[in-house]
Design a protein around this ligand. Structure first.
Ligand code: AMP
Length: 471
């Protein structure tokens, strides 16, 4: 029995602990024979079968939400014209300046592996004339993104995002609907989260704010880290993103954008917050939240896990599970008819890590789809029959586990036990000849011999006593 933690669990937003991405070690996998064994490129990672339950759950959760809120699935290519991302995300941003996987193809076209999907969503909206459809157009995506970043905890060069976008409507209710979906995604996965929210206004408001911000930061230049000294000239809003200890006091006293917002932006923001209050979605007003990409207007938000403080919660800097915001001007900027829009994306790797960590620290079992029965067999003939029987049961919607490489019945039943299946089906030489099969109740150990032809109905009948309890 695991020892219960007696420590008082404080509610606190913590940085999630992630497997440290190895630096160069990936390229030196142990070789089993004399030949070189290949490994991964730096910053890349495999998603192993043991992770599957979390990934599957995340995908199904997103898919269910999409269905419920009526978002259509959009799949865009991983490779696009590089200019698409440069123009939408903006020069001067980290993603474009430092992190794009950009190269020339065989025809000397400049192409890029997508660093995010919003630009492609906008391209697709324009290209397929979606402004002619009933507005707003609601779309969702799931897939790999690429950023040539310095790999570290929670930061990969290939990672996956799920995103939801609403195009063609400026109403604050759309911002709130999206934030609700992001919140529900984690709620359904069993992870408590908090939304950080801010408004960064429209470009004119932001320009005035930037001027005030630069003026303030110039007066504090000598206290700043080297990165911030550069940001001051290149991308002043990013000053507010700085995580360096020495810059925090300066950041805390910095002017806040909310004071530069005009009536319309202020009203929009207030309405979003009112909707969130109504929906009981918890949020934290975060005046320093600006997001890293150029195209945002007005509402911006990020999602953070809320965990109990535990001894092993390590502090890293990569904690946002995802984020998003309004981008009212992007469609026009990308060559389309003006169409206000709002969207978000969530990182799946970080979300899975956070979910795992949360369930571990709370000593909770992550719900998995359960197996209905385990097929055990003894001997060659029985194995052949077992394969056929399993296939028939699978076609009728039942989930059957097995392990043909285990010869002994004892070994197979041990495995059935560890999978916590309610029933084992046992086929030996005798049963094959008689056309029968043994059904063993794994809890009581009671076995009954039944006609193979009646197996499917009988098993379903037995399983029906769990209706509602098993997934
Ligand atoms: P962004 O588009 O930068 O706002 O990213 C949205 C989310 O995607 C982040 O909160 C992360 O969860 C995830 N993400 C972004 N970059 C990376 C990366 N390099 N590695 C892993 N996840 C990432």
């Amino acid at each position: 029995m695991p020892k219960q933690k007696t420590k008082v669990v404080k509610k606190k937003i913590v940085k999630i602990k992630t497997d440290k991405t190895k630096s160069r070690a990936e390229s030196s996998a142990p070789s089993a024979g004399g030949k070189k064994a290949y490994s991964l490129l730096r910053g890349m990672h495999d998603i192993l079968p043991k992770e599957e339950k979390y990934w599957k759950s995340a995908y199904h959760t997103a898919e269910n939400l999409a269905e419920h809120f009526q978002f259509g699935r959009l799949e865009t290519p991983i490779l696009e014209e590089a200019g698409l991302f440069v123009r939408s995300i903006g020069k001067g941003t980290d993603v474009v300046d430092k992190e794009m996987y950009i190269f020339e193809d065989r025809d000397s076209n400049k192409v890029a592996l997508r660093p995010e999907d919003t630009a492609s969503v906008v391209r697709a909206y324009i290209m397929h004339g979606m402004w002619n459809m009933v507005q707003p157009v609601k779309m969702w995506y799931w897939g790999p993104m690429f950023r040539y970043d310095r790999p570290q905890a929670g930061r990969f060069r290939q990672f996956n995002q799920v995103g939801f976008e609403i195009l063609g409507d400026a109403d604050p209710v759309q911002d709130a609907e999206l934030i609700l979906i992001a919140h529900n995604f984690y709620k359904d996965l069993g992870l408590p989260v908090e939304i950080y929210i801010n408004s960064i206004g429209v470009p004119e408001e932001r320009q005035k704010y930037k001027t005030a911000l630069v003026e303030y930061y110039r007066s504090k230049r000598s206290y700043l880290c080297d990165d911030c000294k550069q940001r001051l000239n290149k991308n002043p809003l990013r000053l507010l993103d700085c995580k360096q200890e020495r810059c925090q006091p300066v950041k805390e006293e910095a002017p806040q954008i909310i004071s530069w917002l005009e009536e319309e932006s202020k009203n929009h923001f207030m309405k979003v917050l009112e909707y969130l209050d109504e929906l009981a979605v918890p949020y934290v007003l975060k005046p320093t939240l600006v997001r890293g990409l150029d195209y945002y207007t007005r509402t911006v938000f990020e999602v953070y896990p809320v965990m109990g403080e535990t001894e092993d919660a390590t502090l890293g800097s990569q904690t946002a599970l995802g984020g998003g915001g309004r981008y009212d001007l992007l469609v026009e900027e990308m060559g389309g008819k003006p169409a206000p829009a709002v969207g978000f994306s969530l990182g799946i790797e970080r979300s899975v890590t956070a979910v795992k960590q949360y369930f571990d620290t709370k000593q909770l079992k992550f719900p998995v789809q359960q197996v209905d029965a385990f097929m055990a067999q003894l001997g060659d003939q029985a194995r052949r029959r077992a394969l056929k029987t399993m296939n028939e049961l699978r076609a009728s919607g039942l989930k059957i586990a097995y392990n043909f490489s285990k010869g002994s019945l004892k070994g197979q039943l041990e495995m059935a036990n560890s999978l916590q299946v309610p029933y084992a089906l046992i086929l030996g030489q005798k049963e094959v000849q008689d056309g029968t099969i043994i059904i063993r109740d794994m809890e009581s150990g009671v076995q009954e011999i039944v006609d193979q032809k009646k197996l499917e109905n009988l098993l379903k009948k037995k399983l029906s006593r769990f209706d509602g309890e098993r997934k």
